[in-house]
Design a binder for this molecule. Structure first.
Ligand SMILES: C=C(OP(=O)(O)O)C(=O)O
Length: 932
């Protein structure tokens, strides 16, 4: 191991050196697994006192800091370097090139090119806030230096003390969006400056807006019941306030005289502030809701309901401003107009089942939409209903009394449209859409509440069915005249592709192939249904990790990967205008806008991709359609096999969930009555995609990226090899596998399987000479027999390993894990072993409230240490009763500190080891570059 441990006590170095020098052939219990071998030797060193727990802690911190530094360097490279002037120069270059390459050199042509929205950066509420806020800040700072630093700032822990609330997520999102808006302003400034130079007479009427920011935070209610309509309205109003205040700040430029504009803005700001403070805290206090309603309804005009209300005032302000203020004012107006009355546009989200529930009740449609045999009848019924729908009035009282999620959300939108922003459409995303019936039903609900022309209904394709049969879903909707009329009226049709969920069911690489295929089908359908004149929005909900579909090496590749040139060309050939939208998910995603330098560099990359990317070169992958189809369907089959394998659910459900902290306000599983009563997962679908992926990363095997690649490559070894080097598209896809392989290690996975195998502990008991330890090993064996996971885990491991070996054979130079990552895993396995051994020392206790020794052991083996320690605190109390009081009798002896030894020798070390184990998780996340 050539890692630098010079800052650590020399004894750690000697233990590590002795480990490195030991031959990989271990005892029968270790087998020939070097990761397990290292874990056991570290455990021996700790047991013998050759190293202390403090040493291990320091070692973990050192490894974690090295991972932090390498993450900050990767982030720096990811956006193409973080020098502000370089990014600004890129933005200028984009504007100049645009101007130079206009189809005809006129201001009108330039205006047309830069006014339409082409890209949205969507800030989502995904729970990827794994790091403490100061650590995120430090990461962004390190990555923002011209040359990233060599030493990491000291933090005792990189973890959060508690998971963030929705409120905290909103604050973090708003900060990132503000930096994104500043960067968008810089792009607009470059576009306006170029126009000013070229068309000095006309430029001041230009209002560019090729890139916008959008937010989900506070509005995404898919599978979560903890966000009330009052939360959504409060946060939406705050976004409005931020936007108005931003404009107020931006127009406060020296020499600007615009008293009417300033007064209108200040009145609006005061009014919105009052509205925010009146937002009720829940639905129980009808009076509070009525008071809020009064402010919203009566304040409607003062609070403004459309950005365009200020258009004329802004134009006059620009014209009257001194020359030095004209450009900043034009930039302020551009950002304001493009975003409407919100710091960012609004995306709400709901699950398809919530839409079905609502129409089932309102329209008495009792058939099952997931049953194809019943679907035709359902589609006819909802189409008839769409013909005759009459909108109902919406007021806050109706919102108060509606028990359905879909009804409440649609009414919330109705109130936003009436009182917060009437101009900017609200995107309505529907998770797990699997039929056109869902889209028509959503349209009916929107029409019923009178907002059909204000919302953009968008299916989210994420399940395997949706990806493979997506075109049928779209066609089912397009067959409806009501849907086609709606699309024409909106002038836009929207689609969303969920990369995390699709990836975990069919494999991440195959998902992007399916998504590309689906985009092409959508093109053909739009042409067939004579809808080439509507704008198409493609929103990719990928995250920052390979597991969630983000290209691991460069932002530029990430954008090319999501929106392949081949597809862009197809749409361009039919003159269909496309808008790309892409997610920046939670804490990890906000990092790309974590400082002004990073935000500007990210924006420059987006601008280059939008305006300068090379559409001409063809890619050889498209000359081999049979190879692609066969390669990816082989991946899909293989991944589906793994998902259905009970050993895979056993792997995800055993101690994996305990390795990760809760990283967001959103619960790790979709909230439902069934989920509430389930203890351990029996299918990956019971987890959400992000924790699913995060657990795999922590267990040392990125199965959702890798599974099936071996089988697929082995079917076409030569073409695989050739396209890996000659096809940029295929090479980019394999970059995911490169990064996954650098963070995955079959020996780590094998060690996990081994730890959960009763036979492993029996072997250790057999080799052990100390009767005490032998007894402990046998106790662990018995406990693990109770979990009964081992046979399934071994079968699953064989499936994974066979595919892995096939991949290594077909791909000789595929990367391998760094020793540093292996060492981290080895330390963690050692910690798990020691926690389990400590548990074997817990004295017998009488069951308390149903919690008995056997149950405790099951919790321990699943590493649910916080639950066990909470129980132990009550079962083995250390506290004393009130000792200073007078009990009116001679004082008897107090049983003080009776269980002090248990706490000192067992529970406290157990708790410390558990904390360290989770610190290792953060270190591993730094290596992957994201959570999940
Ligand atoms: C949208 C996605 O994630 P989630 O459903 O977990 O929000 C996705 O799959 O990309």
């Amino acid at each position: 191991m050539n890692m630098d441990f010079s800052a650590l006590p020399p004894r750690i170095g000697s233990v590590l050196a002795s480990i490195a020098n030991t031959s990989s052939t271990g005892t029968p219990a270790e087998g020939t697994n070097p990761v397990m071998g290292n874990a056991l030797r570290l455990s021996d060193a700790l047991e013998s006192g050759a190293i202390t727990f403090e040493d291990v802690t320091q070692l973990v911190r050192t490894l974690r800091d090295q991972a932090f530094l390498s993450r900050s360097r990767r982030l720096h490279r990811y956006v193409g370097g973080a020098a502000l002037d370089t990014a600004q120069e890129k933005l200028r270059h984009v504007a100049e090139q645009l101007c130079a390459n206009l189809p005809e050199p006129s201001f009108a042509a330039y205006r047309q090119l830069v006014s339409a929205t082409r890209f949205a950066a969507v800030f989502t509420a995904h729970p990827t806030f794994a790091l403490a806020n100061p650590v995120y800040e430090a990461l962004a700072q390190s990555a923002s230096h011209d040359v990233p630093p060599e030493t990491a700032p000291f933090f005792k822990t990189h973890r959060r003390s508690v998971h963030p609330t929705l409120e905290e997520e909103f604050t973090l999102a708003a900060q990132a969006i503000t930096r994104a808006r500043d960067a968008i302003d810089q792009l607009n400034a470059a576009l306006l400056s170029t126009a000013k130079k070229t068309w000095p007479e006309e430029w001041s009427t230009l209002c560019p807006g090729p890139v916008i920011a959008t937010s989900w935070v506070g509005y995404d209610t898919d599978g979560r019941t903890d966000i009330g309509w009052w939360d959504t309205l409060r946060l939406r109003l705050r976004m409005k306030l931020f936007q108005l205040m931003r404009l107020e700040r931006q127009i406060a430029h020296e020499g600007v005289l615009a008293p009417e504009l300033i007064e209108t803005l200040q009145n609006a700001i005061d009014c919105v502030k009052a509205q925010i403070s009146a937002v009720p805290n829940g639905a129980t206090d009808g009076q509070a809701v009525a008071r809020f309603a009064e402010l919203m309804v009566n304040g409607r005009t003062t609070a403004l309901t459309a950005a365009s209300d200020l258009n004329a005032l802004l134009q006059s302000a620009i014209e009257a401003a001194p020359p030095s203020a004209q450009l900043p004012l034009a930039v302020a107006r551009a950002g304001f107009m493009a975003h409407g009355l919100g710091l960012a546009h609004t995306h709400v989200r709901l699950n398809a089942s919530q839409i079905h529930n609502f129409v089932r009740q309102k329209l008495n449609l009792l058939d099952d939409p997931t049953n194809p045999a019943q679907r035709r009848a359902l589609l006819n019924r909802v189409n008839d209903a769409l013909d005759g729908v009459t909108p109902v009035p919406v007021d806050f009282g109706a919102l108060l009394s509606d028990p359905s999620s879909a009804g409440r959300l649609m009414m919330t939108i109705a109130q936003i449209v009436k009182y917060v922003d009437s101009d900017t459409p609200v995107r309505f995303l529907i998770a797990e859409t699997e039929t056109g019936y869902t889209l028509l039903s959503a349209l009916w609900i929107a029409a019923y509440f009178g907002v059909a022309d204000r919302i953009e209904i968008s299916p989210l394709f994420e399940t395997e069915h949706a990806l493979v049969k997506g075109e049928h879903i779209v066609e089912e909707a397009l067959r409806s005249p009501a849907w086609r009329d709606y699309v024409r009226r909106m002038g836009r049709i929207c689609f969303q592709f969920g990369y995390s969920d699709s990836g975990r069911y069919i494999g991440q690489l195959a998902a992007s192939y399916q998504i590309e295929r689906l985009r092409l089908h959508i093109h053909d359908l739009l042409v067939r249904w004579d809808l080439s004149d509507v704008e198409v929005v493609f929103f990719d909900t990928h995250g920052e990790s390979i597991g969630r579909g983000a290209h691991p090496f460069r932002m530029a590749d990430r954008l090319d990967y999501l929106s392949p040139a081949h597809v862009r060309k197809r749409f361009a050939s039919s003159n269909i205008h496309c808008r790309e939208e892409t997610a920046f998910q939670g804490g990890d995603g906000y990092l790309l806008f974590g400082s002004p330098e990073l935000a500007t560099a990210t924006m420059a990359t987006i601008a280059e991709n939008l305006f300068l990317s090379d559409q001409q070169n063809s890619d050889p992958i498209y000359d081999h359609p049979d190879f692609s189809a066969d390669f990816f369907s082989s991946v899909i089959d293989n991944m589906k096999g793994l998902v259905a394998d009970p050993g895979y659910a056993a792997l995800l459900g055993a101690f994996g969930p305990a390795l990760i902290d809760r990283t967001g306000s959103r619960p790790p599983a979709r909230q439902s009555a069934e989920a509430a009563t389930r203890s351990r997962i029996t299918h990956p679908g019971q987890l959400r995609a992000i924790p699913n992926n995060a657990i795999l990363q922590q267990l040392g095997w990125c199965a959702n990226t890798l599974q099936g690649l071996g089988a697929a490559a082995q079917r076409h070894p030569e073409t695989f090899e050739t396209l890996n080097t000659s096809s940029p598209r295929f090479h980019r896809a394999l970059d995911f596998a490169r990064h996954a392989l650098a963070s995955s290690d079959d020996k780590v996975l094998k060690s996990v399987v081994c730890m959960l195998d009763p036979g492993f502990w029996l072997d250790r008991a057999t080799e052990e000479t100390s009767p005490k330890r032998q007894k402990a090993f046998l106790a662990l064996m018995t406990g693990l027999e109770g979990l009964n996971l081992s046979a399934e885990l071994h079968t699953m491991f064989r499936r994974i390993q066979a595919d892995h070996l096939a991949l290594r054979e077909a791909w000789q130079h595929a990367p391998r894990t760094e020793p540093r990552i292996r060492l981290l895993h080895a330390i963690r396995i050692m910690l798990i072993e020691r926690i389990w051994l400590l548990a074997c020392r817990i004295p017998f206790f009488m069951p308390r409230g149903g919690f008995n020794h056997e149950m405790m052991m099951q919790h321990i083996l699943c590493l649910d240490i916080p639950t066990v320690l909470k129980e132990m605190k009550h079962i083995f109390p250390t506290g004393t009763g009130p000792s200073e009081l007078d009990f009116h009798e001679p004082r008897g002896p107090r049983e003080e500190g009776i269980y002090v030894r248990e706490h000192r020798d067992i529970f406290t070390p157990m708790s410390e080891m558990f904390e360290l184990l989770r610190e290792i998780s953060v270190a591993l996340m730094h290596d992957i570059g994201a959570f999940g």
